[in-house]
Design a protein around this ligand. Structure first.
Ligand code: FMN
Length: 387
């Protein structure tokens, strides 16, 4: 079984490392632990030692009766180094070649892949020096497990919380099955229908459930990505590891896409955005009267097309549902909107649990997938289009 070297640094989430060790051991990994001196103020080595069933290393100068140079032997022993939690301080040191304790020395001396699971106060998390150090380390191949949003020890609800221990362990497992191909990628996904308001109680919308987009968002996170999900009105619940922004209308969805587009690597548009909205909306309920009511509709922005005009390094993936000439229409959209892939399905699957799709890529190759539940399909789609 693989050898995991767990580094624990002095963040308040250090207590969660006990759970990580226990989960890794249950999966059969060999686990050795290095703590920074500061981490021992938060959780005792004894706790981690008991769970790891091995001596926890803190001090580089500790007298031992075996003459291995321990920082080198640990660096060589590791198949993977996971630092959880990782402090701002550790990132600063590694990014600048500082190796002044056991943990930073072992990381610097090892050729094993390193995963830093970040956890800190939100202002520290947004500190431009940290951001620059992370960018630098990513270039050298270091991997980052971004924090979740949630209630922090400093009494605010914000980004900075250590990712759920179960998910950290999943990322370790995925590493060995080569499934972490989206680590470090930021993905923006739109999902669900939009509602175009007519009056306080009426709107125009469609039958989209949002299931396909939510399933894709979940898969992208499992493969290591950081996901922002912009969701129209659906019955689906937010997931705590996906930043979900709820909107109603196409214009609101468009504004949110504009806000985030420059920061992302991949845009996946699964939302069934209304092409038109009522030209005039009424603040009061529209009363019935004799004769017909004519509602004039005006065009909504084509979000995918607008994003394609802003495209720099981003990959763009569109979805389309058609009632006829599926492949021909999808191919037309792929070209017109300068997409990297389009996923085409017939409208008959629109509000169903299953879907059957064709994936068409920029080079016009077509891949037909079997009909299957949307949550399984999400994995095939993500693997085919982003791998
Ligand atoms: C109670 C407490 C909690 C802390 N939590 C964090 C944290 O979550 N993330 C972080 O980067 N620093 C945190 N710090 C600051 C670090 O402990 C400090 O930067 C220290 O120098 C880190 O040392 P190390 O990286 O060698 O473990 C905390 C400090 C205290 C006193």
């Amino acid at each position: 079984m693989k050898n995991i070297l767990l580094g624990v640094s002095g963040g308040i989430a250090a207590y969660k490392s006990a759970n990580i060790i226990s989960k890794l051991k249950k999966k059969g990994y060999n686990v050795r632990v290095i703590m920074t001196k500061n981490a021992t103020e938060i959780i005792t080595p004894l706790t981690l030692e008991t769970l790891a069933r091995d001596r926890v290393v803190v001090d580089m100068w500790e007298k031992k009766y075996n003459y291995d140079v321990e920082h080198i032997s640990l660096a060589d022993w590791a198949d993977l180094i996971l630092v959880a939690p990782t402090t701002l301080n550790i990132i600063g040191k590694i990014a600048n070649g500082i190796a002044d304790d056991m943990l930073t020395t072992v990381i610097s001396a090892s050729k094993a892949p390193v995963y830093f699971a970040l956890a800190m106060n939100v202002n520290m998390y947004e500190n431009p020096i940290l951001i620059e150090n992370i960018t630098k380390l990513k270039k050298f191949g270091y991997n980052f497990i971004e924090s979740d949003e949630g209630f922090l020890a400093c009494n605010v609800n914000a980004k900075g919380r250590l990712k759920d221990e179960e998910e950290i362990v999943k990322i370790v497992e995925n590493h060995f099955t080569k499934e972490n191909f989206l680590i470090g990628k930021k993905i923006l996904i739109t999902a669900g229908p939009t509602e175009e308001r007519l009056d306080p109680i009426r709107f125009l919308s469609n039958h989209s459930t949002g299931k396909m987009g939510y399933a894709i968002a979940k898969k992208c996170v499992e493969f290591g990505a950081e996901v922002i999900l912009i969701s129209g009105p659906t019955n689906l619940e937010n997931q705590n590891n996906i930043e979900t922004i709820r909107v109603k209308s196409a214009l609101e969805m468009y504004d949110e896409c504009l806000k985030h587009f420059s920061k992302i690597d991949i845009f996946i548009s699964t939302a069934a955005v209304a092409d038109y909205r009522p030209k005039v909306t009424s603040d009061k309920k529209i009363k019935k009267s004799e004769g017909n009511l004519i509602i004039e509709l005006e065009r909504n922005p084509d979000i995918l097309l607008e994003m394609s005009k802003l495209k720099e390094h981003q990959k763009l993936i569109g979805f389309c549902a058609e009632s006829e000439n599926l492949i021909e229409n999808a191919m037309g959209k792929l070209k017109r909107k300068n997409l990297d892939f389009i996923v085409a399905n017939s409208v008959e699957y629109f509000s169903k649990d299953n879907n059957k799709v064709f994936i068409i890529s920029k080079d016009e190759s077509i891949k037909e997938l079997e009909e299957m539940p949307k949550e399984y399909l999400a994995e095939f789609i993500v693997k085919s289009i982003v791998k």
